[in-house]
Ligand binder design. Structure first.
Ligand code: MN
Length: 289
């Protein structure tokens, strides 16, 4: 297993100086930096090349995270919006290829945040499958895994459980179509988090970790040891990426609904201390050593 974090732990906006975050997360002991995939379209080829070189030098992997906006929803009832969504995610994959980022993670099969206007689940599902199949051709050519995130009922009506995720991947039926499970969402929807991981088996392509209130792993009540046993049982050797959201404010605070300080009033130094302690705890719980 390789351990990483989303950069947004340190900022309240979905944008960042990724060269700086690459150095920071490596120094704190991580092997993966997760960034906002949409930002790759705002970066020049030279900026992408610089980040690639820095990450390579640090022996750091980069995963790319996206919640496509509603006007780029590949499961929209409007064919023009679906097409725009496919074009958008294809451009992102081409930029990821330049960066050598091989994991595209998120609610790729529709939009995020979901608006809950189109409530015909079978129809949204079918259009999502069709679009992911199309995107899968490019993904396969580029060696990118499409890690479809299973999220809770307040954020999508399509994939709420690992079982639904596996069924969706089977419908897509391409080796690059994988699942992204997230312990924060699983805590709301799954009967048993460890069982859901076992059920996902080889479909699991990426894992997000956070407590039930999105604090750092080890600061809440999720069963990390049990989750670690399940990951080892399925032979999971891919990314384990923290997605902690503990500070109020900005677009991140609004989208994630952070309405109180969950950091204990931590200053910059204390934020680094807390995430380092969480990494040490999580590595121990997941690798069993
Ligand atoms: Mn997540």
């Amino acid at each position: 297993m390789k351990f990483g974090t989303l950069f947004a732990y340190w900022t309240q906006e979905w944008h960042g100086d990724y060269v700086m975050y690459a150095r920071k997360v490596k120094q704190l002991g991580f092997d993966i930096l997760e960034l906002s995939a949409g930002d790759l379209l705002l970066m020049s080829d030279a900026q992408i090349a610089e980040l690639r070189a820095v990450a390579k030098d640090l022996e750091l992997s980069v995963s790319s995270n996206i919640g496509p906006p509603k006007d780029k929803n590949v499961a929209s009832a409007d064919p023009a919006i679906r097409e725009e969504g496919i074009r958008f995610l294809t451009q992102i994959m081409r930029a990821m290829d330049k960066l050598d980022s091989r994991i595209l993670a998120g609610v790729l099969y529709t939009c995020w945040p979901y608006e809950f206007i189109d409530l015909d689940k079978p129809a949204v599902w079918a259009r999502g499958v069709e679009s992911i199949k199309k995107l899968g051709k490019t993904a396969q050519d580029l060696g990118i895994d499409l890690c479809l995130e299973v999220v809770n009922r307040f954020e999508t009506l399509v994939l709420n459980t690992a079982a639904e995720g596996v069924a969706f991947c089977r419908d897509v039926d391409l080796p690059c179509a994988k699942l992204l499970l997230d312990t924060f969402h699983m805590n709301i929807e799954e009967d048993n988090i460890a069982e859901a991981i076992r059920l996902s088996g080889n479909y699991l392509g990426h894992l997000h970790v956070g407590e039930g209130n999105r604090k750092l792993p080890g600061q809440g009540s999720l069963p990390w040891e049990e989750i670690g046993v399940a990951l080892r049982e399925i032979g999971y050797d891919k990314g384990v990426v923290m997605e902690p959201f503990v500070k109020m404010g900005g677009r991140v605070g609004e989208d994630i609904k952070v309405w109180r300080d969950l950091s204990g009033g931590a200053d910059a130094e204390e934020m680094d201390t807390q995430i380092t302690a969480s990494l040490v705890y999580l590595k121990c719980a997941f690798t069993g050593v």
